[in-house]
Write a protein that binds this ligand. Structure first.
Ligand code: CMC
Length: 390
């Protein structure tokens, strides 16, 4: 009673037990249900990883087929969802729309939802995995004033997303297999990352028994910030600002200057003090996509040179600041033609399976408690209130 650990930013606080993801930041290890992320990213597809995260085991080919067919059956959203968009300003940030519309799903699935029933929880997971690409693409289409494109069951998960993003009624989008593969890999590499800010937010929201769709909206809100998921957008904006290779030194000096709040976006990580294993795969994929699309973009030259300089600079070396997953994903997404404002939306879409698997795990643990951190009070001592006329 009365004693607790004071740990702002939760640098040394374990908030839960979890069997989903293991990270060893010092050695650059990331495992999902025991499997190394590089193997999952290169040998499985995103929906297999979703199945693995939610169920604990990878699917057999029969289970996979059934899972894919269930996901495809849930890709459409209620027509009522489409009308939500008309209330948004045309220049609304897609994350603002994603957060609101995902939260609005709770108005369609609430009254008969029993979250103490594991089967009902699994149904929520499948619904979310199926609908997030549809909603994410709707956010983009609304922002550019084009009609929504519905899901197509003949396409894979990543192809379908690209098709809903880039097809127009007059012309179907031509899917480049290298681009679809890269998209799928981006989804996989962002699928889960244990108790980061957004996942902890989803767990904390869900610990009160709140509606899961509202909890995911809370996760989206937390992810939006530039220190978290917003870093991929902030990274590209920074590269654009740097503009040319000869200005890199100036920005590196700014990042090292302690009187300047500027940080090199896409560098550093709370947990990884070694190369982020996701960044390794993302780096390779980045080169594959650029080669396959034959893209020659001066911004990419800036990115590659910046990576080299930072990896050799003693400031970054001593502080163990390596390029993180957002550094390379931003470059790939730009090459695919995805606008910067959609980068964090894609992160949210990918991370939804991680968030909701943690929510499900928390609710399945016996004796789960509502999350309730304590605080160190720094306000006034007790004093007597004076009526306003005095
Ligand atoms: N540029 C320059 N200096 C940095 C950077 C950077 N990107 N990141 C950390 N530092 C310095 C920081 O100033 C501090 O120096 P000192 O010890 O002299 O005060 C030291 O490195 C440790 O930094 P910290 O802020 O105590 O570390 P943290 O664990 O609290 O923060 C971070 C981690 C990711 C928020 C931070 O590295 C950062 O702001 N990076 C840029 C934003 C970014 O790329 N975020 C994406 C993270 S990966 C995806 C995700 O989580 O969503």
């Amino acid at each position: 009673h009365g004693y607790f650990t004071f740990d702002p930013g939760f640098l040394a606080t374990g908030s839960c037990e979890s069997a989903i993801t293991y990270i060893d930041g010092a050695n650059g290890v990331l495992l999902h249900r025991g499997y190394p992320i590089d193997q999952l990213a290169t040998e499985a597809d995103y929906l297999e990883v979703c199945y693995l995260l939610m169920n604990g085991e990878a699917p057999t080919s029969e289970e996979y087929k059934e899972f894919v067919s269930i996901i495809k059956n849930h890709t459409m959203v209620h027509e009522g969802i489409a009308s939500f968009f008309n209330g948004f300003s045309r220049d609304a940030h897609p994350m603002a729309m994603l957060c609101a519309v995902t939260g609005a799903l709770s108005s369609f699935y609430h009254n008969d939802l029993d979250i103490s029933d594991p089967d009902q929880r699994k149904r929520c997971i499948k619904r979310l995995v199926a609908k997030m690409p549809t909603i994410a693409a709707m956010c983009y289409k609304y922002s550019i004033g084009q009609p929504f494109v519905g899901p197509k069951n003949s396409l894979s998960y990543s192809e379908n997303f690209l098709n809903m993003m880039f097809s127009v009624p007059a012309e179907d989008y031509e899917i480049n297999p290298a681009v679809a593969k890269a998209m799928d890999r981006i989804f996989t590499l962002h699928a889960d990352h244990e108790q980061n800010a957004s996942t902890s937010t989803v767990r904390l929201s869900g610990s009160s028994g709140a509606n899961p769709y509202a909890c995911i909206a809370a996760g989206i809100a937390s992810l939006w910030g530039p220190a978290h998921g917003g870093a991929n957008e902030a990274c590209l904006t920074m590269l654009e600002e740097i503009g040319s290779v000869d200005r890199i030194d100036e920005y590196v000096a700014k990042a090292k200057d302690k009187s300047d709040p500027f940080r090199l976006m896409g560098f550093g990580h709370r947990v990884y003090k070694n190369f982020d294993p996701r960044a390794k795969v993302m780096r390779e994929t980045c080169h594959e996509v650029l080669d396959s699309l034959g893209i020659d973009d001066p911004l990419l030259d800036v990115a590659m040179k910046l990576e080299k300089i930072a990896l050799e600079d003693p400031y970054f070396v001593e502080k163990k600041l390596y390029p993180n997953v957002d550094f390379y994903s931003g470059i790939i997404l730009k090459a695919i033609g995805i606008p910067t404002s959609m980068f964090t939306v894609i992160f949210a879409l990918s991370r939804t399976i991680g968030w909701i698997s943690h929510w499900d795990e928390m609710l399945s643990q016996p004796g789960a408690k509502i999350g309730r951190p304590r605080q160190m009070y720094t306000g006034s001592d007790k004093r007597d209130f004076q009526p306003i006329e005095k």
